[in-house]
Design a protein around this ligand. Structure first.
Ligand SMILES: Cc1cc2nc3c(=O)[nH]c(=O)nc-3n(C[C@H](O)[C@H](O)[C@H](O)COP(=O)(O)OP(=O)(O)OC[C@H]3O[C@@H](n4cnc5c(N)ncnc54)[C@H](O)[C@@H]3O)c2cc1C
Length: 470
């Protein structure tokens, strides 16, 4: 696809459509908008437009289409796959000013929100009405809810509650032809035609710009208790997770793990925030319920199961202060690794639960074989392991060779075991080259047809998700 540079007159037209102070074209003011949190190369957009409404967004999209200028939707730029980097230049459409929670409808157990609202603020707003939006990516203080829908973000509580898409009831979006669609709403069930919500969930800004979302809400159980279980061997930790999931009849909200490399980085950067600093792995399990006695009984059962597997005495956090300390450490993990190492490649593989022991073993083996820190952590209860490949090799060529070898071996392994290359971070530009390995030709062809039908001129986030045709 060939695109035109943004002309002076088109930039002027953008200023007329939106107000001039919401259109930025000075490259020196755009450096923060040329990257996300991945290691993908930065690219400064030709213009940044901070939209305020669906109608305004539609006008911007129509202009871009008639000018053959590419568009890249952007939430708050915390993505880990390069999704909001304008790789072909053009106009970056930011939803950061669309940050209003429109309505908490407690009677219908839903919240309607603009896309630029931070996830943590959405949660807090719902909590003030006694309701719970439980999807909690570790970046929840920094990312937007629109970005969460566009990437179908997960989080620690996805084990019990599901990912962002499981909570979406309605979406308003602007398509590449400038039309505005509204599908679903406050309905808890709806099979009227093709599910257009599902089409947009996880589409990473390649099929449309999401301008409003309606989410279902749930009641929050009264009591949460977090249990941190240290083990001296990695496989013991994996075994505990599997026992809890399969055999214990417990229904935790969270089943997470942190391997030694992550524990060390957290303690180094945050000042010994995690206990059991020398453990090979720590398993973090959150139990919850309305009956405090029952939750504590479940903790005892969990403790007995863990001790039978060789755990050290677990730490039980049953008050807000201790829980906050634990969660700050867990949520900071990826950030602390980035502070300890000059570069971190964040893989995000997912495997069937039965393949977890072998996958964790493989990662430990890759670390040994290549002699660099490779830190597995994250949402093990979902079969989703984040594998952070940390740079300790100074020479750029050597580093790229080792990094690619690790990614290749990891990807080959998970695909051979029925897994996939990403569970929640998405494809963006970073994993596009892996799509032909991850999906069959027929499935890729359907995706290309969908893209062609909705965006024939390929102006909506080009260079993302789908690999280049042969
Ligand atoms: C420290 C850290 C921890 C993280 N933890 C998690 C985690 O636990 N779980 C998880 O899933 N992710 C996690 N992430 C990744 C990231 O936060 C999520 O992918 C998040 O959903 C991105 O939101 P954002 O607003 O920053 O989107 P951006 O990075 O701005 O954009 C991400 C993608 O969504 C598209 N997009 C954004 N807004 C819209 C819109 N309104 N309409 C259409 N497309 C849009 C963009 O084009 C891009 O393709 C983490 C990231 C960091 C840095």
């Amino acid at each position: 696809m060939t695109y035109r540079p943004l002309s002076r007159s088109a930039a002027g037209r953008l200023r007329e459509l939106c107000s001039p102070e919401r259109v930025v074209t000075d490259p020196t003011l755009l450096t923060d908008h040329g990257h996300d949190e991945s290691t993908e190369p930065a690219r400064i957009p030709e213009a940044l437009v901070k939209v305020l409404s669906a109608e305004e967004t539609a006008a911007v999209v129509s202009l871009a289409r008639s000018e053959r200028v590419p568009l890249t939707p952007r939430g708050l730029g915390t993505g880990l796959a390069g999704g909001s980097i304008p790789v072909h230049g053009g106009v970056l459409v930011s939803t950061e000013l669309m940050d209003r929670v429109c309505e908490v409808d407690a009677g219908n157990l839903v919240v309607r929100t603009q896309p630029g609202v931070r996830t943590a603020r959405l949660q807090q707003t719902c909590a003030a009405h006694g309701l719970y939006y439980p999807v909690d990516p570790a970046s929840l203080d920094d990312c937007s809810i629109g970005g969460n829908v566009a990437t179908n973000a997960g989080g620690a509580r996805a084990y019990k509650y599901g990912v962002t898409g499981d909570f979406v009831r309605g979406i308003e979006a602007v398509l590449a032809d400038g039309s505005i669609i509204r599908y679903g709403g406050k309905l808890h069930k709806n099979v009227t035609g093709y599910d257009l919500n599902k089409l947009l969930i996880g589409s990473e800004g390649t099929l449309g710009i999401i301008t409003e979302i309606t989410f279902k809400l749930v009641p929050r159980p009264r009591y949460q208790v977090d249990v941190l279980v240290p083990f001296d061997r990695l496989q013991q930790g994996v075994e505990l997770c599997l026992r809890v999931i399969r055999d214990s009849r417990l229904m935790p909200a969270v089943v997470e793990f942190i391997e030694r490399g992550g524990i060390v980085a957290c303690n180094q950067v945050l000042g010994n925030c995690l206990p059991f600093a020398d453990a090979a792995v720590q398993v973090l399990i959150e139990l919850e319920g309305n009956d405090r006695r029952q939750v504590l009984d479940e903790c005892v059962l969990l403790g007995e199961t863990a001790m039978a597997l060789g755990a050290r005495e677990p730490l039980v956090a049953d008050n807000a202060t201790d829980q906050e300390r634990l969660w700050t450490a867990r949520r900071s993990l990826a950030k602390t690794l980035k502070q300890v190492y000059p570069q971190v490649t964040a893989e995000d593989v997912v495997v069937p639960l039965s393949e977890l022991p072998a996958t964790v073993e493989l990662v430990a083996g890759l670390q040994q074989k290549h002699g660099i820190p490779i830190v597995p952590f994250g949402h093990i209860g979902d079969g989703n392991i984040h594998v952070d490949i940390c740079r300790t090799i100074a020479d750029e060529r050597d580093w790229q060779r080792v990094r690619s070898a690790v990614v290749d071996e990891l990807v080959d392994f998970v695909l051979a075991r029925g897994g996939q290359i990403t569970a929640e971070h998405g494809i963006g530009s970073a994993k596009r080259h892996l799509m032909k390995r991850a999906l069959g030709a027929a499935e890729l062809a359907v995706m290309r047809e969908l893209k062609r039908a909705l965006d024939p001129e390929v102006i909506m986030n080009p260079g993302k998700v789908l690999p280049d045709p042969e």
